[in-house]
Design a protein. Structure first.
Length: 289
C-alpha cells in the first residue's frame, strides 16, 4: 500500500512540476544575479567582433536561460560569419529583412527573407527564437497554431507585419520592444535594473540623439574617467556590417535603457494573443556608483 502511495506522489509531482525534454542541459531555470554590476575587463574582449563564442566567453558564471540566449547569439552569428550586412527600408524593393535567413520556431518558418541583410530588432528576435528552440526541442508538439502564427514576422501573404501587431509587431515597435513582448504581452520575462543586468539579457537603448537600438547585453566595462562606465552588447548595426559585438567605452550617449530577462519561457504555450500593450513606459538611467 505504501509503495502505491509513493508512486501516486511521484506522479502528482511530475504533473505539477513538468520536466522539459532537454533538462539535461542544466540551464532550464531563470538566471539569477547578486545585484552587483557585471564588469568585464576591456583587455579580455575578443578582437574579432563577429565571433561565435558568446556562450563560452560571456557565459562564464551565467547559468539559466541567459546561457541559452548566448548560445542563440552564436547560432544567429553563425549564419552570417561576417555580419551579413545591415539595411533598413520599408518602402525599398525588395523591402528590408529583419534577418537574412529563414528563421524557424520549432520547425515552422517565421519569414521568407526578402534580403540577406538584417537590422537590430530582427537580430535580437532571431536570438530569442533560437534560444526558445534550445529550451523546447519538442515545442512543435506543444504550441497552438494561433500562437505559432502570432510569432510570425510576416503576414501569410509575405507582407510586412505592422508594428504593434502580435508578438513580433510589439518587439519591432519603436521604444522598448522586448519589454512590450516579453513582459506585457506574454509574461515570459521580467524587468531588471542596469545594476542587475547579466549577459544574455535583452536590452533596448534610447539614445540621446533620439534614435533607438535593440541589443543583447554582454557586460559593463569601467570607463577611463572616474564613475564612467562602458557597455558591451551584440546586435545588428551598420558600422559592423550587420551581426556583431559592439564595445562602447562610455554610455554618455545613452539616455535610457530597458532591460528584460527571460524567466517564464513556457508562457509561449498559453499567452493571450489579443492582450493589449502599454507603449508609453519610462526608461531607466544608467547610474554607475
Amino acid at each position: 500500500m505504501r509503495f502505491f502511495f509513493k508512486l501516486f506522489l511521484i506522479a502528482l509531482i511530475a504533473v505539477s512540476y513538468p520536466v522539459f525534454p532537454d533538462s539535461k542541459t542544466g540551464h532550464l531555470h531563470p538566471t539569477k544575479d547578486n545585484g552587483k554590476w557585471r564588469l568585464i575587463k576591456s583587455e579580455t574582449l575578443p578582437k574579432n567582433r563577429h565571433h561565435t563564442n558568446h556562450a563560452q566567453l560571456f557565459g562564464k558564471n551565467v547559468s539559466g536561460y541567459n546561457h541559452l540566449v548566448l548560445k542563440g547569439i552564436d547560432t544567429v552569428q553563425g549564419t552570417k560569419p561576417e555580419g551579413g550586412g545591415y539595411f533598413t527600408g520599408i518602402t525599398a524593393k525588395p523591402p528590408e529583412s529583419p534577418v537574412g535567413y529563414a528563421l524557424k520556431l520549432f520547425g515552422t518558418e517565421l519569414l521568407k527573407p526578402p534580403r540577406s541583410t538584417s537590422y537590430c530588432s530582427g537580430a535580437t528576435y532571431a536570438v530569442f527564437i533560437e534560444a526558445m528552440n534550445l529550451i523546447f526541442p519538442e515545442g512543435a508538439k506543444r504550441i497552438s497554431p494561433k500562437r505559432a502564427e502570432a510569432m510570425r514576422m510576416q503576414e501569410p501573404d509575405g507582407a510586412r507585419r505592422k508594428d504593434g501587431v502580435k508578438f513580433w509587431g510589439h518587439w519591432n515597435a519603436d521604444g522598448f520592444g522586448s519589454q512590450y513582448s516579453l513582459v506585457q504581452y506574454t509574461g515570459m520575462g521580467k524587468e531588471v535594473t542596469p545594476k542587475q543586468a547579466r549577459p544574455g539579457d535583452f536590452m533596448n537603448i534610447s539614445w540621446k540623439n533620439g534614435g533607438g537600438h535593440s541589443v543583447i547585453f554582454l557586460g559593463w566595462t569601467k570607463g577611463k574617467k572616474q564613475g564612467e562606465i562602458g557597455i558591451c552588447y551584440w546586435s545588428s548595426q551598420e558600422d559592423s556590417n550587420g551581426f556583431a559585438d559592439v564595445y562602447l567605452e562610455s554610455t554618455d550617449s545613452i539616455k535610457y535603457v530597458k532591460i528584460v530577462r527571460l524567466c517564464n519561457p513556457e508562457k509561449i504555450f498559453d499567452f493571450d494573443v489579443k492582450k493589449p500593450v502599454e507603449m508609453f513606459i519610462p526608461g531607466d538611467r544608467i547610474v554607475f556608483l
